[in-house]
Design a protein around this ligand. Sequence first.
Ligand SMILES: [Zn+2]
Length: 305
Amino acid sequence: MLRLAACTLALALTPLSQDPPTEPAKVRVLIVDGQNNHDWKKTTAATRATLLACGRFEVDVTTSPSDREAKDAWAAWTPAFAKYDVVFSNYNDGGKCLWSDATKKALVDFVHGGGGLVIVHAANNSSGDWPEYNRMIGVGGWGQRTPAHGKHLRRVEGKWTQDPAPDGRSGSHGPQHAFVVESTGAEHPVTDGLPTRWLHAKDELYDSLRGPCEGVTVLASAFCKRTDRHEPILMTIAYGKGRVFHTPMGHVGGTDPVHCVGFQTVVARGTEWAATGKVTIPVPKGFPTADAVSVVAPKDVRWRE
Ligand SMILES: [Zn+2]
């Protein structure tokens, strides 16, 4: 009897002890590109490489028609947003949105219903004429935006406020330079464990963005000498049941700020958070300090050491 009991116990334990550890299902990401005043093919390739290298994502890409193509081509472009956990925008139409009403509605319904959206760099220049897009991204620049499109986010005595600035700019930047990204002190999974201050590799520092500013939390900012103010650098936006992660960093041109380890980290973690509301991606070795940038190709970032 005793032997039978022991045998039963062994049988019960054996399968468990031999099961490999289960990994969580991959987060499904859809990158949207096809229009941009930047080299969007390079940005998509770098983004895809970063997301795949950290091991948490499956990545598909949907590329829009060109702005010269007829309305029929745009009507036929119907990305299946709802099949994904998060939509990552590397898309800038310069202001006039050519998406069909059905495609616009599909994105709004996806995010409002609980999907994730990530906005990087010139994606916040896009679709100034689409009010719901402006609500989803919180603030934007250029793209036919005027003071009538909304307010600036301003840090006043340590608190973030909204400034109508009726005569001010609606998007601007100076020469590219490295700048310090500084936590606002807001607790959030994306910035949990990051240094309070870290030096981002040479990039455009967007200033004077404006928009509806609804549901925005600023997680980090950078001091801009041109405006003599802190400009928002990492933001989240609550939109319906959805989560939006927005960073104005990430210009692709002669230099590669997209290979800044700090940028890659916040992009990966921001994408995971927008998709799931949580962050499991670690802070990699070689993260920049307050005094030193860290630029590493996506495949060489040390996520697991
Ligand atoms: Zn740029």
